[in-house]
Design a protein around this ligand. Structure first.
Ligand SMILES: Cc1cc2nc3c(=O)[nH]c(=O)nc-3n(C[C@H](O)[C@H](O)[C@H](O)COP(=O)(O)O)c2cc1C
Length: 196
């Protein structure tokens, strides 16, 4: 399947996708940091930059424990990634440490950071796949996450390979996903759902 946008966007948007078949090779730390650097330049509310990234290379001592934070489904394929990135965000926000209040935008901002990351990864020959299939109850302890930070998602990073090593049902998913038409997503002026 190929991806055809309804309007003429930069090809980087349709070329980005999320395979599960990774080659299990170590990755250059410079490349991993280049990917996170792109996220650094995402926009955020008040430029608060609520995102933080916890990264683990596959050869790190913490790799097995980090993979163990993923649910059983995701462990099956993500164990072949080159690195994991846990995207976390600061739930508090304020002009100074003594004037903090709950933030309503940290998740939105962290999502923008993840989007930057995934596009940059593709630009330098890697792929990323986000994972919400994480043990959110156990992860803070394993990641030593301060209570004010919320784990958003885990992300697998690596170089794509052929999918023979994956379970059958995952092999058939190694295809580009479509999108619904733009006209079903956008509304002029007010939100309107067309009755069928
Ligand atoms: C927030 C989020 C959570 C996701 N969780 C999982 C997951 O737990 N396991 C998985 O295999 N894919 C997961 N995905 C990948 C999506 O299924 C994938 O991005 C989507 O099908 C669109 O495909 P594309 O990224 O190739 O365009 C997640 C993606 C996002 C953005």
């Amino acid at each position: 399947m190929t991806r055809s946008p309804d309007y003429p966007i930069d090809p980087m948007f349709t070329q980005r996708w999320s395979p599960r078949a990774f080659d299990g090779q170590a990755m250059d730390d410079h490349d991993l940091k280049t990917i996170m650097e792109a996220a650094r330049w995402a926009p955020s509310c008040y430029n608060y930059q609520p995102w933080r990234f916890i990264f683990i290379h596959r050869e790190d001592a913490r790799w097995d424990a980090s993979i163990g934070v993923l649910d059983a489904f995701n462990q099956q394929w993500a164990k072949h990634a080159s690195a994991l990135i846990f995207v976390v965000s600061d739930t508090l926000m304020g002009p100074s440490e003594d004037r903090l209040a709950p933030s309503h935008f940290h998740s939105f901002d962290a999502g923008a950071a993840w989007a930057h990351m995934s596009l940059q990864a593709n630009r330098i020959g890697y792929h990323m796949r986000a994972m919400a299939g994480v043990d959110y109850a156990r992860a803070p302890e394993v990641l030593r996450l301060p209570t004010r930070f919320k784990l958003q998602i885990a992300v697998a990073v690596g170089r794509q390979t052929t999918p023979e090593h994956l379970p059958d049902m995952m092999q058939k998913d190694e295809v580009l996903t479509p999108r619904r038409p733009l006209q079903d997503t956008i509304f002029e002026g007010v939100f309107a759902v067309t009755e069928n």
